[in-house]
Design a protein around this ligand. Structure first.
Ligand SMILES: Nc1ncnc2c1ncn2[C@@H]1O[C@H](COP(=O)(O)OP(=O)(O)OP(=O)(O)O)[C@@H](O)[C@H]1O
Ligand SMILES: [Mg+2]
Length: 264
């Protein structure tokens, strides 16, 4: 379980550039829960994931993952348990290494050891099986350099690398925003499948409200570093893009705006 207790984060405190990014935010996510997060530009969505990943530390508050206090644990020490994906499909993989080499690195990070680490016959057949499940024909391209794959293929491989060692937590920061709509749908379905099959708690930021309501189990809306809406179950199932936007306006007196937002 992920437990966040009243975390706050202000960047450049006491200077002209002071930015209050997260304000006394609390959140509990149960094991295997898939939460989608929406909100306008600068609402604090990426900062929230960065605090959980350890890219930044909060000024106050506490973050617990599987009963361990990870609030100030260095980023590399939590990387084994936390997968973090970003918008740029080029970020998560090494372009000059082959598909099997990339997957081996991810496999090793999960603590798997061997004489020739990661590249045994057994491991390769595990990789082939995982790649088959992506349904992108990549299982026959293990010796291909990853730099030769398309953006969607690379993001699917990044997702696989982030989850091959079955982390506790998957943090997705608009990971399909740079993909064309068909590929984005494929990667989103894959995300949902991997999250459910392995029971990985997932936090997914998206600027697409329709996706936020369609994927996962629960949706949060953020504004000014706080969670201003938290819906699940029937309330969420009955929520439309239209009513969500109306709710936001009624609550905040503003229109929800995000330069990357798709309102259809
Ligand atoms: N590394 C940083 N240094 C300084 N200020 C930052 C940093 N990261 C975020 N901020 C500031 O914190 C606030 C929240 O930013 P954040 O990136 O978390 O928003 P967001 O909800 O992800 O927005 P977007 O939808 O545009 O991605 C903003 O005011 C931003 O300028
Ligand atoms: Mg962001």
């Amino acid at each position: 379980m992920l437990i966040i207790n009243e975390i706050s984060k202000t960047f450049h405190k006491g200077t002209q550039n002071e930015r209050n990014a997260i304000s006394s935010l609390s959140l509990k996510a149960s094991d295997g829960e898939f939460i989608t997060i929406i909100g306008g530009n600068g609402a604090g969505k990426s900062t929230l994931l960065n605090l959980i990943a350890g890219t930044h530390f909060p000024d106050s508050g506490q973050i617990l993952l599987a009963d361990e206090d990870i609030t100030y644990l260095p980023e590399h020490q939590r990387a084994k348990n936390i997968g973090h994906l970003f918008q740029d499909p080029l970020m998560g993989t090494a372009p000059n290494m082959t598909l099997e080499e990339n997957l081996s690195l991810a496999f090793l990070r999960g603590g798997h050891r061997g004489l020739r680490p990661g590249l045994s016959k057994k491991n390769i057949s595990i990789f082939e099986e995982h790649l088959k499940s992506l349904d992108l024909g990549l299982e026959s391209r293990l010796k291909t350099k990853v730099g030769l794959l398309s953006g969607g293929q690379r993001q699917a491989v990044t997702l696989l690398m982030a989850t091959i060692a079955t982390p506790h937590l998957l943090l997705l920061d608009e990971h399909t925003a740079a993909l064309d709509p068909t590929t984005a749908d494929k990667v989103l379905n894959l995300t949902q499948k991997i999250s459910k099959e392995h029971g990985i708690t997932t936090l997914m930021i998206t600027h697409n409200i329709e996706h936020a309501l369609a994927y996962g189990d629960r949706t949060l809306m953020m504004q000014h570093g706080e969670i201003v809406m938290d819906i699940a179950g029937e309330e969420r199932a009955n929520m439309t893009v239209e009513s969500l936007l109306q709710n936001f306006k009624a609550q905040s007196g503003q229109n929800l705006t995000n330069d990357r937002m798709l309102l259809s």
